[in-house]
Design a protein around this ligand. Structure first.
Ligand SMILES: *[C@@H]1O[C@H](CO)[C@@H](O)[C@H](O)[C@H]1NC(C)=O
Ligand SMILES: *[C@@H]1O[C@H](CO)[C@@H](O)[C@H](O)[C@H]1NC(C)=O
Ligand SMILES: *[C@@H]1O[C@H](CO)[C@@H](O)[C@H](O)[C@H]1NC(C)=O
Ligand SMILES: *[C@@H]1O[C@H](CO)[C@@H](O)[C@H](O)[C@H]1NC(C)=O
Ligand SMILES: *[C@@H]1O[C@H](CO)[C@@H](O)[C@H](O)[C@H]1NC(C)=O
Ligand SMILES: *[C@@H]1O[C@H](CO)[C@@H](O)[C@H](O)[C@H]1NC(C)=O
Length: 791
């Protein structure tokens, strides 16, 4: 635990360091300095720590962006830019002139951008370690700073004042202003809007902090949370609440091109074993943008004629059947019809058109006809016979709404009590573009509650009135009660975020315990939501639950894995103090039960299992997106599915469970267990610790006995590794099998496996083969040479 005391110490030192004055944290950029955009020159002005830099980044072939970026990470993520709408060619120059002007001129000398500095008197510029670029006077007072002109990102220590906006970029790689806006308005309210793209003006609100008349600033506190404060400095409302240490993580809050405002973090060093070196999302708003964005004007979160559904980390935009993306590189442009539209004097349209039926789907606006009380069949037939009808919406109240092109705000959400019948042409041999133009009418609405937007429009939603009222009221209520705590969004995976209630129900209140480890208990559960699928629900104990951030990092690493020899993580629950992982259920229990139980599995099955485990480990070590060292390979952690395929479980938990591992290791010190010797010698922990454990496990699989047997007939037999090694050396391996015909017939193969195991359990980690090599040896692709002696 020494490291955490150090961490704490560093943290305090870090807090004490004064941040306020420029002189202490910056190298000065003197008057007359300049940078030129060039393909062959990456020069930039870095902050004293090197963590941020100011300069040109090449975005397209001959297009440069004047920007500030995170300079110590490979992605060089941009946090501010001057000319996103207007990239400059090679040869353009940014210059701090001798009279204190700061400007960007293109190669012909035409001015593209300049810092509108408060008066004159600029004496120098500086790139600060906070990510703020400043122009300062002789007395170091700031005359201009990039923090006052944010683009789509704010950084720790940054403050937004009234009348500040963040504009989403157009796409991930296009830095011009896009379709969403985060505003701290002059009335003090903090609001997320769609814009009237390509204009910047606000269209419809889809989230608000509800701080009208009381909000004054938005502060990204150095210690993590982002909140709205009032004029007297009191904290009014958290916007994104999480505590991520600035000491260990780079952080930013960015309004994504998909309209989601996310708090991202990125580990500063690659110290931990399982943590990905990439930006991960800690928290984000709104919870589901598909459901929140609902403006009568505009196409919605995904554009016209499209469908928006909640994805892993933000919305997924898809085209319904019969429609295709107008621009596959920019799905938010919407979808076009790819069938010949229905002619109005068509006879028997049923031969040519059909409906795609989508549950929990609605397009809340643009109805042109409404019928009650009718059946779904009646509604379908009515829309089929009607050449104007592109979509019909039916709901449980017997309502039928008809919509024509383009339809907008398509949303799929479990809260939607409606079914969409989307008409498509059965013969799509000829295509036609059906996308609509973006309307540019300005809507002057100020703060609108998401729910009320929905209420004021489509008739369909009147049916939903009680539900929405409930949602809105309970949302307001819960904000009052415990401030906003949006559900965390995990990046890069497809995991279900379970509620605690759901899992409590699934496990019959955590009654059916199927396993218990040092830091977790596993229960069997049945998911009602997933047609009675059986799952294993792993509840982590209090001591490993403390670090929320680590939990997220671990879960996101585990969620990115997918291999037939791993137990698949299906979801998680991270609610209050509950930290729960939900896995596939393995019907045939653990390898421990299989190997050491009543009936001995045959040699063929055991070989398949040994090979399966090796392949699973190889995947964790070398093939998944971020390397995972398991650290706890033992028969209890290998499970068997319906087909007795070996599946590794508990991977990716090394860091969460580290405390406990250290403890149990002290207990087994001296016996040769599954634990590699470097754990006791403060040697670096690498993938080779798993190779060691695998070696021991392989011996257990070969000989179908536990590694350590306290009361053996003979003292030499107590420790399997020693005994097997002696027998191998004396060429007496067949002794170990006495009267098992199958093994005796395959004794050469067995000897080969024993040799592989001996290679794996070498004291010196560098002598142990990689799992790749082990797999190749097991498969017979690579010859197994005689292993060095065991010391
Ligand atoms: C500039 O940076 C790019 C990308 O990081 C790199 O490929 C290139 O070699 C660098 N050029 C120079 C002159 O350092
Ligand atoms: C930067 O320039 C200002 C004004 O000339 C001066 O007071 C300050 O000491 C300089 N800082 C550094 C680090 O050179
Ligand atoms: C970015 O997108 C805008 C809007 O579609 C477009 O006008 C501009 O050319 C794009 N910029 C680049 C560099 O592709
Ligand atoms: C803001 O950060 C400072 C310094 O880390 C801390 O002392 C303070 O409690 C934080 N304020 C809030 C409201 O989190
Ligand atoms: C600060 O302002 C808020 C909102 O205007 C108010 O509720 C609070 O009482 C004020 N606090 C103090 C100490 O004046
Ligand atoms: C219609 O489109 C689908 C998918 O694009 C394709 O598989 C099918 O063959 C097409 N049918 C006709 C009649 O062109």
């Amino acid at each position: 635990m020494v490291f955490s005391v150090l961490d704490l110490l560093c943290f305090f030192l870090f807090m004490i360091l004064p941040y306020s004055t420029i002189a202490q944290t910056s190298r000065n950029i003197s008057l007359g300095s300049s940078l030129t955009a060039r393909n062959d020159d990456n020069s930039s002005w870095a902050s004293p720590s090197g963590e941020f830099a100011f300069g040109f980044q090449q975005i397209v072939k001959d297009g440069f962006l004047l920007a500030i970026w995170f300079n110590k990470i490979t992605e060089r993520t941009i946090v501010w830019s001057a000319n996103g709408n207007n990239l400059v060619p090679q040869g353009s120059q940014v210059e701090l002139t001798s009279d204190g002007q700061f400007m960007l001129n293109d190669a012909t000398g035409k001015r593209i951008w300049h810092a509108e500095s408060a008066g004159t008197g600029v004496a120098y510029a500086a790139m600060l370690d906070t990510g703020n670029f400043v122009l300062a006077s002789q007395s170091s007072s700031r005359l201009w700073q990039s923090f006052d002109q944010p683009t789509d990102t704010i950084l720790p220590t940054q403050t937004l004042n009234q009348n500040s906006n963040l504009y989403a970029h157009y796409t991930a790689t296009n830095y011009s202003r896009g379709r969403f806006l985060f505003a701290l308005q002059s009335d003090g309210n903090v609001v997320l809007y769609t814009t009237n793209f390509p204009q910047d003006s606000a269209n419809s609100a889809y989230w608000s902090a509800e701080t009208k008349n009381i909000g004054f600033q938005v502060i990204f506190n150095q210690s993590g949370p982002i909140y709205v404060v009032s004029r007297n400095g009191s904290v009014l409302k958290p916007i994104l609440q999480t505590s991520v240490s600035t000491q260990n993580y780079y952080q930013r809050v960015t309004l994504g091109y998909d309209g989601v405002l996310r708090h991202y973090f990125y580990p500063k060093s690659a110290s931990s074993i399982a943590e990905p070196r990439a930006w991960s999302t800690a928290v984000s708003i709104p919870e589901n943008i598909c459901f929140s964005v609902a403006g009568e004007m505009g196409g919605g979160a995904c554009g016209f004629n499209s469908l928006c559904s909640r994805g892993e980390d933000g919305p997924n935009c898809d085209c319904p059947r019969g429609y295709t993306s107008i621009d596959p590189n920019d799905v938010r442009k919407g979808c076009k019809q790819n069938f010949v539209p229905q002619s109005c004097d068509q006879v028997s349209p049923e031969h040519l058109f059909d409906f795609e039926v989508m549950q929990n789907t609605n397009f809340p606006f643009g109805d042109y006809e409404h019928f009650t009380v009718v059946t779904e069949d009646w509604c379908r037939q009515n829309c089929l016979d009607d050449c104007f009808c592109a979509v019909a919406i039916v709901n449980s109240g017997g309502h039928c709404f008809k919509k024509r092109l383009p339809f907008s705000n398509g949303m799929i959400d479990p809260r939607v009590d409606a079914k969409a019948l989307i008409k498509f042409g059965k013969d799509n041999s000829t295509s036609r573009s059906g996308g609509g133009a973006i309307t540019k009418k300005k809507d002057n609405s100020t703060l609108i509650l998401v729910g009320s937007v929905l209420l004021s429009s489509s008739g369909v939603l009147y049916i939903l009135l009680p539900l929405i009222t409930y949602l809105v009221v309970s949302r307001i209520y819960s904000r009052k009660a415990k401030v906003i705590q949006p559900r965390p969004v995990m990046s890069g995976m497809n995991l279900k975020d379970f509620t605690y209630e759901e899992l409590k129900k699934a496990t019959n209140e955590f009654k059916d315990e199927i396993g218990r480890g040092a830091s977790a208990t596993v229960f069997k559960g049945v998911l009602a939501s997933d047609t009675g699928r059986c799952v294993a629900v792993k509840r982590l104990d209090a001591k490993v639950r403390e670090n929320d951030l680590e939990f997220k990092a671990e879960v996101s690493a585990i969620g990115r894995t997918n291999h037939r020899n791993l137990v698949q993580l299906l979801g998680f629950c991270n609610e209050g103090e509950h930290r729960i992982l939900v896995y596939e259920f393995m019907s045939n229990g653990s390898l421990a039960g299989f190997l050491f139980g009543e009936s001995m599995p045959n040699w063929y099955q055991r070989r398949q299992i040994a090979l399966g485990i090796a392949r699973g480990l190889l995947y964790l070590h070398e093939e998944c997106s971020s390397q995972i060292v398991h650290c706890d390979i033992k028969p209890q952690n290998i499970l068997l599915d319906d087909y007795f395929t070996a599946r590794i479980s508990d991977f990716g938990l090394a860091k969460l469970l580290r405390l406990d591992q250290t403890r149990s290791m002290t207990a087994i010190r001296g016996t040769r267990g599954y634990v590699a010797p470097e754990w006791f010698r403060s040697l670096p922990i690498t993938v080779k610790v798993d190779v060691y454990s695998y070696g021991i496990l392989l011996l257990e699989i070969i000989f179908c006995r536990k590694h350590f047997v306290e009361v053996a007939d003979n003292e030499d037999e107590m420790i399997l590794a020693d005994w097997a090694y002696d027998c191998y050396m004396q060429k007496k391996l067949h002794w170990l099998f006495e009267n098992d015909e199958e093994e005796i017939n395959d004794i050469n193969e067995i000897e080969k496996y024993v040799m592989i195991a001996i290679w794996c359990i070498q004291e010196d980690p560098s002598l142990r083969p990689t799992m790749k090599k082990v797999t190749l040896m097991l498969e017979g692709t690579v010859e197994v040479s005689a292993p060095p002696p065991l010391s």
